[in-house]
Design a protein around this ligand. Structure first.
Ligand code: SF4
Ligand code: SF4
Length: 144
């Protein structure tokens, strides 16, 4: 969006300062994969995608899905959703079973997917048909 700095806090508390080296490696790989020479090439890239929140599609629906095959049962997703999101991940009584997302109440905030240590174990899946658009602007008759 135009910022030239990035600030992190919780991840350093959680992983220690070594996470900064991992972030630099990850960012370097990201730039290499896209053929970008400098992080400066990223600055402002999202500006064209910015929309007023009044114009967001309220019908857009996405939920988290957990792959029980790759899940290592660490329960990080459960704690994140329970303490910081919508309390919609259920932990089976049997600890050998993977947590399960209550899709009816999941709001698709993506927090569980961000804390999951296993790549692609939690995927965000779009669940609406994608053929309707309703916005707050329409609902509240807000002028453009
Ligand atoms: S996407 Fe958000 S609300 Fe849905 S299960 Fe994950 S943390 Fe909970
Ligand atoms: S954070 Fe990922 S690996 Fe850990 S329990 Fe949840 S889905 Fe499984």
């Amino acid at each position: 969006m135009g910022s030239t700095t990035v600030q992190v806090c919780t991840t350093v508390m959680h992983h220690g300062f070594r996470i900064v080296g991992d972030m630099i490696d990850g960012l370097t790989n990201y730039l290499d994969e896209r053929g970008l020479a400098s992080v400066n090439d990223l600055i402002g890239q999202t500006v064209p995608r910015f929309v007023d929140w009044n114009d967001l599609n309220l019908d857009y629906a996405v939920v988290a899905r957990i792959d029980p095959e790759s899940c290592i049962r660490c329960n990080k997703c459960y704690i994140a959703c329970e303490d910081a999101a919508h309390q919609c991940i259920d932990r089976p009584a049997d600890p050998l079973l993977a947590p399960v997302v209550d899709e009816e109440h999941c709001v698709g905030c993506n927090l569980c997917a961000m804390v999951c240590p296993v790549q692609d174990c939690i995927t965000m899946v779009r669940t609406d048909a994608g053929d309707t658009v309703h916005t707050w602007r329409e609902r509240l008759s807000v002028p453009s």
